[in-house]
Design a protein around this ligand. Structure first.
Ligand code: NAD
Length: 482
């Protein structure tokens, strides 16, 4: 329950399908792609998924050669086929019963080009950033060997992908061979954090803009991070929270329906549970949010359930506990403004950037009197999103999954770990408990382990704090402009 704890305890795809170079997908893989695209079981990819609107645009079925450029060149990601080249898709080749590689760019086999985008006229509200569309070479490190269960590259719309958890997930999607298309209004996100796919700068309130995205891109699934996230703020501004987190999500779901996209992974939160009735929280724990933020997330979970029943939407609500840490390669990390989360605040205090850290409540019935929370590394969260997509693509049932470690740490333990990693003291001020703070919030993550095949590998407290420390130390206003 990142927000509910931290804010209360600290003051706190155009129509192209991007194809792996290593092999042309055969019918089975194209079928899998069809499944990703939410097509019915009898869907025949040969007739539907040519790029550029085949066959209704009257295009020849003869594959047209795409311009070639070596993938060894860092510019390969900028490959932009000419308008007439849009027909040169593997799936059209499949229609001809051919597995010829004609028509594919001569890029390094096994490497992906997650940024291949067809030229489409962008309306002003849909400004894509050429800079953002260009990945760093490091961003794709390992993608040649990365395997995704579906075996095909899929364009995935990542709302809020310029934010903290969204940017880590975009990296994980690219690593697995998919193309993250980030939609973000940059109200709280960062242009620099969009490194693994194009940025569509847009607000989810823009219903027409959303519709256009699903018309123009072959989006296979959506991961929905975009939201306002501050618990304390939500209490004073419920209208903004319900409008942004609920009404705008309805815009997204309706645009997905119109666009025929039927898979979504949603960022939910442990804040949907409210006051815990037991220390280890499983998914069937009663849901009674204590604030508009948690309520807004629960409302979306319920929307998803009803859209699933009525329209066949496949959904996964991932209830994160305390997201923490940063990309181990230092390519992205946490930068909230204002920051309300314990670990970055403790690091800022250790760095001397803030006067000290307030600890609210030292008289809880816990090991050392301070509250206990479950810190989950953001990279582990990112992997869980990919695995949830895999589950939905494989026809797995919808549902909600807790993402945590099953182990809690007190505030004092977190502070001690920051001091160990930083080699400096964290100046602390003790304050009274605050209303609404639960003594202990720890996930029972066993369902995610069983059903998503997910194990948090990066979430030891030391690793979480080391990666966060490295990130916050490497940041400078000039190198990481907000
Ligand atoms: N950080 C945590 O500990 C935590 C815990 C539980 C759940 N969550 C959930 O995870 C998601 C991501 O959290 P985060 O910490 O990365 O937050 P973040 O603020 O870093 O990212 C959210 C992103 O959404 C964008 N956004 C918000 N409203 C938008 C709109 N109307 N249109 C377009 N873009 C919009 C913001 O600009 C921002 O980039 C949120 O939904 C949050 O509720 C986070």
């Amino acid at each position: 329950m990142g927000q509910s704890f931290d804010s209360s305890q600290q003051r706190n795809l155009d129509r192209s399908t991007t194809l792996p170079r290593a092999e042309m997908p055969g019918r089975r893989e194209a079928k899998e792609l069809g499944a990703w695209l939410g097509r019915p079981a009898d869907y025949d990819p040969m007739y539907l998924e040519g790029t550029g609107g085949f066959p209704s645009d009257g295009a020849s079925e003869t594959p047209q050669p795409l311009p070639t450029r070596s993938m060894a060149s860092p510019d390969c990601d900028l490959l932009e086929p000419k308008a007439g080249d849009q027909r040169a898709a593997t799936l059209i080749l499949e229609r001809n019963g051919s597995r010829s590689k004609q028509g594919l760019p001569a890029c390094d086999p096994g490497r992906l080009n997650p940024h291949r985008r067809l030229p489409v006229a962008k309306p002003s509200s849909e400004r894509t950033s050429p800079k953002a569309a260009r990945p760093t070479p490091e961003g794709f490190a390992g993608s040649a060997r990365a395997s995704s269960k579906i075996g095909s590259s899929v364009q995935i719309l990542v709302t809020g992908g310029a934010g903290y958890i969204g940017s880590h997930t975009a990296k994980e999607l690219a690593r697995a061979g998919h193309e993250p298309i980030v939609l973000d209004n940059l109200a709280h996100g960062h242009r620099w954090a969009v490194r693994w796919g194009p940025l569509v700068e847009m607000d989810l309130a823009d219903r027409e803009g959303l519709r256009r995205i699903f018309q123009k891109h072959a989006i296979g699934a959506v991961i929905h991070f975009a939201a306002l996230i501050a618990v304390g703020e939500s209490v004073g501004a419920p209208a903004e929270y319900f409008r942004n987190n609920v009404a705008n999500t309805m815009n997204l779901l309706d645009a997905m329906r119109e666009g025929g996209v039927s898979r979504i992974v949603f960022s939910s939160t442990a804040a949907v549970y409210g006051n815990p009735q037991q220390s280890l929280i499983a998914e069937d724990h009663p849901q009674a949010p204590l604030n508009p933020y948690g309520e807004s997330k629960l409302m979306v979970e319920r929307l998803l359930g009803w859209y699933g029943k009525a329209y066949g939407l496949g959904w996964a609500a991932l209830r994160y506990f305390n997201a923490a840490g940063a990309d181990p390669e230092g390519e992205t990390g946490e930068m909230h403004d204002p920051e309300t989360h314990l670990i970055p605040l403790a690091i800022a205090a250790a760095q001397g950037k803030v006067g000290g850290l307030e600890v609210f409540g030292t008289d809880y019935e816990t090991r050392d009197g301070t509250a206990v929370r479950d810190y989950i590394h953001v990279t582990d969260l990112a992997v869980a999103h990919r695995k949830a997509l895999d589950r939905l693509a494989a026809g797995g049932s919808s549902g909600a999954w807790n993402l945590g470690t099953g182990h809690g740490h007190t505030v004092h333990e977190v502070i001690a770990a920051v001091e160990r990693v930083a080699g400096r003291k964290v100046p602390v001020q003790h304050a009274a408990r605050r209303a609404g703070d639960a003594p202990v919030l720890v996930a029972d993550p066993s369902r995610a382990g069983r059903e998503l095949d997910w194990v948090p590998l990066h979430s030891s407290l030391e690793r979480v704090i080391e990666s966060a420390w490295q990130w916050h130390n490497s940041r400078s206003p000039s190198s990481q402009p907000v």
